[in-house]
Design a protein around this ligand. Structure first.
Ligand SMILES: *[C@@H]1O[C@H](CO)[C@@H](O)[C@H](O)[C@H]1NC(C)=O
Length: 469
């Protein structure tokens, strides 16, 4: 046996293995055996078992074929150019949008943009965030805060998971460029919101020195054609405008651009829309629905930039009083939005908003479910809120809930980092209690469920006892 195995080592093991394998096949087929070939299908295995000779040979080592990662698709001519057109490749089609909302709603608009890019087989170009509710926002160092999409989210990972190229505007047009580019875009806002007098405002085109001439989109892009002033447009309607037949059929006089006074039809190579926040397939506010295409196909793949995650972990450790390398225990976050929601209250705020006792009941439900279903004991609870009332925060402390100290955040990182850090912290928790009707809460809840199979609840508000259940 010894000399046999040393002999076979000298032969190519792969060849030997094939011979043995084919040999056994033939053996079982009766070709090499003295026993007659099976006559019928009633052949019994034990007949073979009894007569089988087993030869053990060293199996060949598995061959691992390393497939190099698909080369990143080249979808631009090169480095950022003064005028964006110079950087667009003639054989590639692009799509972009101009958002103008709060941070989370802009992120949702861009998820919608990327989904629309899939539907139209175009390369999305993502604008930087424009946190509309934060003016200036520079840290004490005076440096300009970089609000590009990729500073916040992990674009390489997104592109890889979606298997599609994804661009950002800074890669296309030089940030220092003062060249004014003319561009024709579809005005979806005025197609859906018939009573509005102009396109929805966005600071993005101005920052990029892009001078837009708008063509009001056809009425049929509306999700509900019969509802006046209902902002939602249909994904499929916008999709159709990406192709020549419907585009050409629906051209009409474009508006004069604000800077150059040019009237230009919607650009065919670089398709652009406003108002993508309100885009849906079947019903309004689809991010709330289980079937949400923009969430399932895009949003859930949109992870934080590792730098943001690292900053968030630093805040968590300090909040919990842990050392720099300590493991962060499983925790629950609460997001209470008051601020601008006061405008939706028809009764005094302290009757309109859910009391802390109602929030605590939800926290207990999350704790109980984490323990029961996942054997996770979550002791640490963090409350994040835009509330400024000191008395209210004192009541929060009485519940033993942590509060993140953001007193140094804006001076260190810039004015919109408290929101970024809070949201990143929320989405890393095992449990989450959100505010009903808040898109921040909505997206965080989806992240906690999707990324950690976590437990989430939402607190209702608007009247006394709104969240009673
Ligand atoms: C501040 O919070 C306390 C406790 O919730 C509440 O009683 C009070 O009315 C609040 N004050 C204002 C100005 O909203």
């Amino acid at each position: 046996m010894h000399s046999f195995s040393s002999a076979i080592r000298r032969i190519n093991l792969r060849v030997l293995f094939s011979v043995v394998f084919l040999g056994s096949l033939c053996y079982y087929a009766g070709w090499l055996s003295h026993w007659p070939a099976p006559q019928d299908s009633a052949l019994e295995w034990k007949d073979f078992e009894a007569k089988r000779v087993t030869i053990t040979v060293q199996a060949p080592q598995a061959t691992v074929t390393v497939i190099p990662e698909a080369e990143e698709a080249v979808v631009l001519n090169g480095s950022p150019t003064d005028t964006f057109q110079d950087n667009l490749r003639h054989d590639v089609r692009y799509i972009t949008t101009w958002p103008g909302n709060g941070f989370t709603n802009e992120a949702m608009s861009l998820m919608n943009l990327i989904y629309l890019a899939m539907l139209t087989e175009r390369v999305p170009i993502l604008p930087a965030f424009n946190p509309s509710h934060l003016s200036g926002g520079s840290p004490d160092t005076g440096e300009v805060v970089d609000t590009t999409f990729g500073k916040v989210f992990d674009v390489p990972r997104l592109a890889k998971e979606l298997r599609m190229p994804i661009l950002e505007w800074w890669q296309v047009k030089d940030r220092q460029s003062t060249t004014v580019d003319s561009l024709g875009c579809w005005n979806v806002w005025q197609a859906t919101m018939e009573h509005s007098s102009g396109p929805q405002y966005s600071a993005t085109p101005g920052k990029l020195n892009i001078d837009i001439s708008w063509t009001i989109a056809p009425k049929w892009v509306k999700l509900k054609p019969d509802a006046a002033n209902e902002a939602h447009a249909k994904f499929t309607g916008l999709m159709a405008l990406a192709f020549p037949e419907q585009r050409n059929r629906n051209l009409r006089t474009p508006s004069k651009s604000p800077l150059l006074g040019l009237s230009v039809p919607p650009n065919e190579q670089l398709l652009c829309f406003n108002n993508l926040y309100y885009t849906a397939n079947v019903e309004g506010f689809e991010f709330e629905r289980d079937y949400s295409t923009a969430w399932r196909l895009v949003g859930k793949h949109l992870y934080w930039n590792p730098r943001i995650e690292e900053i968030a972990r630093g805040y968590l450790r300090r909040t919990f009083g842990l050392g720099a390398d300590a493991t962060i225990p499983p925790y629950i976050t609460i997001h209470v939005r008051h601020g601008d929601f006061k405008g939706a209250c028809h009764i005094p705020p302290d009757e309109c908003f859910a009391p802390l006792s109602a929030i605590a009941r939800r926290v207990d439900e999350v704790k109980e479910e984490l323990q029961r279903l996942k054997d996770i004991t979550a002791v640490h609870v963090i409350l994040t809120s835009d509330e400024t009332n000191i008395t209210w925060w004192e009541e929060v402390a009485a519940y033993g809930w942590y509060r993140i100290d953001h007193s140094a955040t804006a001076p260190t990182y810039g004015a919109w980092y408290p929101v970024l850090i809070d949201t990143a912290i929320q989405s890393e928790g095992k449990g989450f209690v959100g505010t009903d009707r808040s898109t921040v809460s909505l997206i965080t809840a989806r992240r906690v469920k999707e990324w950690h199979d976590g437990v989430v609840r939402s607190v209702k508000w608007g009247k006394v006892g709104a969240d009673d259940h």
